[in-house]
Design a protein around this ligand. Structure first.
Ligand SMILES: Nc1ccn([C@H]2C[C@H](O)[C@@H](COP(=O)(O)O)O2)c(=O)n1
Ligand SMILES: [Zn+2]
Length: 191
C-alpha cells in the first residue's frame, strides 16, 4: 500500500511554486510589516526574534509603554519643536522595537536566537540582546551609524561575538495586495 502511494507521487508532476518568499526574506518582511504598527511619525521600526527551529518567538515595534497613551505622550523630539521643556521628548518614553520584541517573547530563553530588525539596534537594546543570548542580528538600515549610541552597540556586539549583518534580501520587492487577499478571504469564508 505504501509503495503504491509512493509510485503515484512519483508519477505526478511536482508543481511546487518557485517564487515563494524565502525564509529570511519572510522574517524581515514580518519586521517591515510590524513597523507599520508604530505611531512614530518620523521613524517606524519593527523587530522579529526567530529561534533555531525557525519559529518566530517575539515581535515588536517602537511605541509607548502600556497605559501611556499614544494620543497624550509626545511624538516629537524637543529639538524638532524648539521647546525648552525636556519632558516634551519622545525619547524619554518610547520603548524601542527590539526591546518590545524581547519583552513580548513567548519562550523562556532567547539563547541562540536571531533578530531581524528594520533599524540597527541602539546601545540600550544591544544590552538586552547580549543579556538574553540573541546571537545574530540582521538589520536593513543603519541610518544612525554616526551616533555614539549606535557606535557603542557595535563595540558591545563585537565584544559579545554577536554576528550582525546588513540584510541582503533575496527578493527585493514583494507586494501585499489587500484586495486580492480579501477576495481569497471571501472565497474561503463559510459565511
Ligand atoms: N534601533 C532603533 C532605533 C530607534 N528606535 C525608535 C525610537 C524612536 O521611536 C524612533 C527614532 O526616532 P527618530 O530619532 O528617527 O525621530 O525609532 C527603535 O525602535 N529602534
Ligand atoms: Zn533601542
Amino acid at each position: 500500500m505504501a509503495d503504491a502511494r509512493k509510485t503515484n507521487f512519483k508519477a505526478l508532476k511536482n508543481c511546487k511554486r518557485v517564487d515563494y518568499l524565502q525564509l529570511d526574506d519572510y522574517f524581515m518582511a514580518v519586521a517591515i510589516v510590524t513597523a507599520q504598527r508604530s505611531k512614530d511619525p518620523s521613524t517606524q521600526v519593527g523587530a522579529v526574534i526567530v529561534n533555531e527551529e525557525n519559529r518566530s518567538v517575539g515581535v515588536g515595534y517602537n511605541g509607548f509603554p502600556q497605559n501611556c497613551s499614544d494620543d497624550i505622550f509626545p511624538w516629537h523630539k524637543i529639538t524638532d519643536v524648539e521647546s525648552d521643556d525636556p519632558l516634551q521628548d519622545k525619547r524619554l518614553f518610547v520603548v524601542h522595537a527590539e526591546a518590545n520584541a524581547i519583552l513580548n517573547s513567548n519562550c523562556k530563553s532567547l539563547k541562540n536566537t536571531r533578530m531581524y530588525t528594520t533599524l540597527f539596534p541602539c546601545n540600550e537594546c544591544t544590552k538586552l540582546i547580549l543579556q538574553t543570548g540573541i546571537s545574530q542580528v540582521y538589520y536593513i538600515s543603519d541610518k544612525y551609524a554616526e551616533k555614539p549610541e549606535f557606535q557603542a552597540s557595535k563595540i558591545m556586539l563585537d565584544a559579545g561575538g554577536i554576528v550582525y549583518k546588513k540584510y541582503e534580501p533575496i527578493m527585493n520587492e514583494f507586494t501585499i495586495n489587500i484586495d486580492q487577499t480579501q477576495m481569497n478571504w471571501k472565497k474561503n469564508s463559510c459565511m
